[in-house]
Design a protein around this ligand. Sequence first.
Ligand code: SAM
Length: 227
Amino acid sequence: KLSHRLQTIISLVPSTTCVADIGSDHAFVPITLVQEHQTQRAIASEIAPGPLAISQQNIADANLGKVIQTRQADGLQGLTEADQVEVVIIAGMGGQLITRILTQGIAALASISCLILEANNDEPQVRLWLSQHHWQITAECLVQEDGHIYEIIRAEKVEQAVFLTSQELLFGPKLLAERSSVFLNKWRDKLQRTKFMYQNLQHAQKQEPAKIAWAQQRIQEIEEVLK
Ligand code: SAM
């Protein structure tokens, strides 16, 4: 059975003809998308030979070798125009790596209309990248699993420039508007941690003014939203 995180990623994928899952590992996402007729074809792309072999085995076991191709490549580099990929999924990586993959794959992104991204950290950086490159966030979900809260973002390519406030970058425009109980728990917890860190920084032997200022500002930003 798929994890809640992967099920949520799948639920955000629009019905399409070809999906590419980058860093596919087990390939559970493309396999399920094809089985559930969310897409006609899929590409499971992986940089590392170990996970690639596992994905190939899982695809063969599911008897889907004809409709799911695998590629060994860094980021989007294995995709070609002939693939006619419409949706790209990048999940389970750090935000820095995801934005690096998007930047290096900017040419491949030209023909893609939808991105589904799940960064394990640095989500604001991912949102900033999207807003700077004509991608509008059209859905966001929070998933609580194994002591971690994951943010999943769907973005669609738009003509007009996209502007996000610093608050929207940090909290997520959709998540901020929704204010779900998971969202409130997540930020209450972050607030406690940041306050604790702030106190430690203030009492530290070696003063780090930049870090203190950062923590102070973050506390204010979170309190503003939780008010
Ligand atoms: N996407 C799956 C998920 O969300 O469950 C797997 C996540 S797994 C933690 C991250 C995968 O990304 C690993 O299999 C790793 O080999 C792959 N990966 C890391 N850097 C990559 C890159 N630059 N290009 C493609 N895949 C990469």
